[in-house]
Ligand binder design. Structure first.
Ligand code: GTP
Length: 320
């Protein structure tokens, strides 16, 4: 028998609110009062659970798995945990840890179902509690997944230009190659490099150089198709991934971008006009048995040819 929790205390708990005094008395005789120290695991996805725990004092942390967004939330005094495994007989979906020393009312599943049979009010409270918990958890998990999405988006984005970064390309390229291997239409890769950029930086300063990179990135972003991707591969070197694009089409796209970049007016962040820049472009169209190394070395070779031939031009690998 448990004398350290009063009937009044029980009656105030939202799970037990409105339950008749006689049923509360009965419950009090069936459940157990537990004291736990801070930082102990109360529930875990690795352990069966047959108990609902109502928190009488302290605070609990509910930690969801990485697949569920890795978020954590708190259960405050009067809250409860463990009810889902009591309903579905499965292990807890999250880990529950004591955030402080806690006092818990432990109600075994058999006792709980007995109470539900005795008390319609307890049954109604329980339904409300479960639907509240489902909504809350869904909201938290959705928010957590959104945070993860934004985080991984940031990890794959170049902060100066807003284009994809090298890391993104290294993940994307094997995917494109798998598609090529199963007979997707050819994809082309464009490598684009600003001409005499060192000289530009030396003459107008690094910040002006940054403005140029941003303008070039904007021109590219505004003129690519939705399923194309632009990547800042290195300092002033950009790579464009053009799915379902033959080398002839890639050349047209490259020539158009080259012209647009050359005609683009560039300003510093203070509004001072800067001279236009030109770009050199290499193109390589991916073949079925290519490797990433082969793709990079060929598109790089095409770009090198464009530089060697006088810059401000487009060269397709193997076309000469
Ligand atoms: N402003 C700025 N400059 C950068 C950035 N990343 C690389 N650079 C500069 O880009 C320049 C690249 O110079 P090089 O590789 O010698 O080539 P280049 O002067 O463009 O000459 P060519 O490519 O042969 O036409 C270097 O001076 C780098 O410092 C950046 O994020 N911002």
């Amino acid at each position: 028998m448990n004398h350290r929790v009063s009937i009044d205390e029980l009656a105030e708990l939202s799970l037990l609110r409105g339950v008749k005094q006689a049923d509360l008395n009965w419950l009090l005789n069936q459940c157990e009062l537990i004291h736990m120290k801070k930082n102990r695991v109360l529930l875990s996805p690795d352990q069966d659970n047959e108990t609902i725990y109502i928190l009488l004092d302290g605070r609990l942390i509910v930690q969801f798995s990485q697949q569920q967004g890795g978020i954590q939330t708190y259960v405050e005094r009067g809250g409860w945990v463990g009810e889902m495994s009591v309903i579905d007989n499965m292990r807890p979906s999250a880990t529950v840890i004591t955030d402080t020393d806690v006092k818990l009312l432990a109600i075994h599943a058999s006792v709980w179902w007995n109470l539900i049979e005795r008390s319609h009010v307890a049954a109604r409270n329980f339904l409300r509690a479960v639907s509240f918990r489902l909504r809350e958890d869904n909201k938290l998990i959705t928010e957590g997944m959104e945070k993860q999405r934004v985080f991984s988006e940031k990890a794959q984005t170049d902060s100066l230009t807003g284009l994809r970064n090298r890391h993104w390309l290294e993940e994307k390229l094997p995917e494109i190659m798998r598609e090529q291997a199963v007979g997707y239409p050819p994809s082309s890769i464009i490598m684009l490099d600003i001409d005499h950029f060192k000289q530009f930086n030396d003459q107008y300063g690094h910040l002006a150089g940054d403005s140029v990179l941003q303008r070039v990135a904007n021109v590219i972003r505004d003129n690519l198709r939705e399923h194309d991707a632009a990547v800042r591969y290195g300092g002033e070197e950009l790579i464009l991934v053009l799915p379902d694009t033959s080398s002839q089409n890639a050349e047209q796209i490259a020539q158009r971008l080259r012209m647009l970049i050359r005609e683009n007016k560039i300003e510093t962040c203070n509004g001072e006009a800067l001279p236009a820049v030109s770009v050199s472009i290499g193109i390589y169209t991916i073949c079925q048995d290519d490797t990433p190394e082969k793709i990079f070395s060929r598109v790089d070779a095409a770009l090198y040819q464009a530089k060697k031939a006088g810059r401000d031009r487009v060269v397709i690998w193997g076309a000469a």
